[in-house]
Write a protein that binds this ligand. Structure first.
Ligand code: ADP
Ligand code: MG
Length: 238
């Protein structure tokens, strides 16, 4: 479970306050207008940003003071998840051991993760020699081998077409279910939330203004900001 207790963060004249609970094993999508603070929310959980006040707890432990690499969290960004000079196998192995010195069991874990995401045949390629979708599979495989209970994704598949996005969401969902991960995924596509997320939060102006089961959130009519954000999507998008 991820718990944010009155986590505040100020950037110039924008003040964000996050107070929310994401149950263990849930898959929550975060949607909302650009500049609202979606990436900042994930960065506060991952430790890339430090709150001005408040606490972040994972599984009951206050992790507010821990550096990112000591938090029980994996992170997948929209891009720049891979190291161009390392091959695909090494890009996953670095999730286990930054030194790239792996024992036999760890090497098997890397092989199994690459198999699971469908990249077993491409392990000796460099990131520049595979597609954008395949690069995101590398990021997913690296998250798999890290064995962390929380997975954060920031618009991970925004650059991919609809069919490929669904394949990637299927992969993340399968991984979430088999490992019991708690997943938080920022997306600009309400259909991604609808397809993959049990819960969806609407975040605007530095606040999660609603957090509900996905179908209920996407159908709510009492939030003017959500109406404006979704526009005609609700009536014409499906
Ligand atoms: P979103 O991901 O919803 O588009 P962000 O979390 O990226 O929103 O940004 C929220 C606001 O905070 C923006 O106005 C952004 O410019 C600002 N902001 C937050 N942290 C930083 C930072 N470290 N550097 C620059 N701007 C930041
Ligand atoms: Mg963002």
């Amino acid at each position: 479970m991820i718990r944010l207790e009155q986590v505040t963060f100020r950037y110039e004249d924008m003040r964000m306050v996050f107070d929310a609970v994401f149950p263990r094993g849930s898959f929550t999508a975060i949607i909302g207008p650009s500049g609202g603070g979606k990436s900042t929310l994930l960065n506060l959980i991952a430790g890339f940003e430090a709150p001005d006040s408040g606490r972040v707890l994972i599984a009951g432990q206050d992790i507010s003071g821990l550096p990112p690499d000591q938090r029980p969290v994996s992170f997948i960004f929209q891009d720049n998840n891979v190291f161009a000079h390392l091959d695909i196998w090494q890009n996953v192995a670095i999730g286990v051991a930054p030194s790239l010195k792996l024992d036999t069991a760890q090497r098997s874990r890397v092989d199994a993760a690459l198999q699971e995401v469908g990249l077993a045949a491409l392990v000796r390629r460099k990131p520049g020699e595979i597609s954008g979708g395949e690069r995101q599979r590398v990021a997913i495989a690296r998250a798999l081998v890290r064995h962390k209970p929380v997975l954060l994704l920031d618009e991970p598949f925004a650059a991919l077409g609809p069919a490929l996005r669904r394949d990637m969401l299927d992969l993340v969902k399968a991984m979430q279910q088999s490992r019991g991960l708690t997943v938080l995924m920022v997306s600009h596509q309400p259909e991604d939330a609808e397809y993959a997320a049990t819960h969806t939060g609407f975040l605007e102006a530095g606040r999660i203004v609603a957090l509900k089961p996905t179908a209920e959130l996407l159908a709510s009519t009492e939030l003017p900001g959500l109406d404006a954000y979704l526009g005609g999507w609700r009536s014409t998008g499906r």
